[in-house]
Write a protein that binds this ligand. Sequence first.
Ligand SMILES: NC(=O)c1ccc[n+]([C@@H]2O[C@H](COP(=O)([O-])OP(=O)(O)OC[C@H]3O[C@@H](n4cnc5c(N)ncnc54)[C@H](OP(=O)(O)O)[C@@H]3O)[C@@H](O)[C@H]2O)c1
Length: 277
Amino acid sequence: MSQFNSTVGEIALLGATQGVGKQCLLLLLSNRMKVRVLARNPSMLSYLKKDFGELMTIVKGDATRLEDVEELISSSVTHVISSLGSKTIGKTTLVETGVSNTVKAMLKQDKPMRIAIITSAGILDVKQSWFFDNILKKYIIHNVYQDLANSERALCQLTKDSKITYAIVRPPQLVDSPITLDFEFGEDNNYPKGTSKVTRQDVASFLLRSLFDEKLQGNRSFNLNSKREIPTKLDIDEMLKETLSPTLFIIWKVLKTIVKIGLTGLVLYSLKTLFNK
Ligand SMILES: NC(=O)c1ccc[n+]([C@@H]2O[C@H](COP(=O)([O-])OP(=O)(O)OC[C@H]3O[C@@H](n4cnc5c(N)ncnc54)[C@H](OP(=O)(O)O)[C@@H]3O)[C@@H](O)[C@H]2O)c1
């Protein structure tokens, strides 16, 4: 991170407790950068306090509350990363509201600042697989995409004619695997060919790069795609736990157990009748 210079003050981070945002936080702290973090539940970051307490200020708050975000964006902040995301597939305005509040708080500082936000390559008008284009995008995660697209629109509108510049980073499917730095980026509507996957650590590294790399300055939108096949483990339980309400998730677990018991019973009954013949 040799490009960091004296014009870099504190980095404000939204969404640092999980996912890509957490990877950004770890990268920043391991490079001894000063960070201000907005967290609804600060105890999720308490494991970092012992070694990095002097570098990290945690503001307890919610991105949908403007006053909380204003406390995060103090006068010492020069760069901001928003990696907000909601776990729901229902209608949501979380990311749009969070990004709007962040830009409003930055405008209040009335000085040159840079922000990088994460949205998704899924909002591009680019053909991917049949299942993705016709099922997932249309019927399952359309609300999430709507919120992300609205957040981009809000970012562009609110920063117009201001001292703030932005980078929009649009990854394809996110995977929890180690950093590779083996991915490409296209700009605006150009989506590079690849495996339609990228690791969260790679996205975090690019969010930081989009803030500080001299060649990536100005108002830009970057579409990422990895060149290498990254193995993914599809954990249905984990996926449903994140998207269903607690009651629906319990119903799913009960149904799954009933089906398992039923199938085991069926197998045992078949074996018994086989041996009794
Ligand atoms: N999953 C994919 O394959 C994929 C692909 C492309 C793009 N994306 C987008 O990439 C972004 C990051 O995804 P991710 O899976 O890495 O992140 P994630 O695990 O969903 O984490 C989201 C972060 O946002 C925080 N957050 C949520 N609501 C908040 C609120 N009201 N106030 C403050 N913080 C709040 C969460 O904090 P808490 O710990 O308090 O919940 C968490 O730290 C999302 O916008 C997602 O839609 C995802």
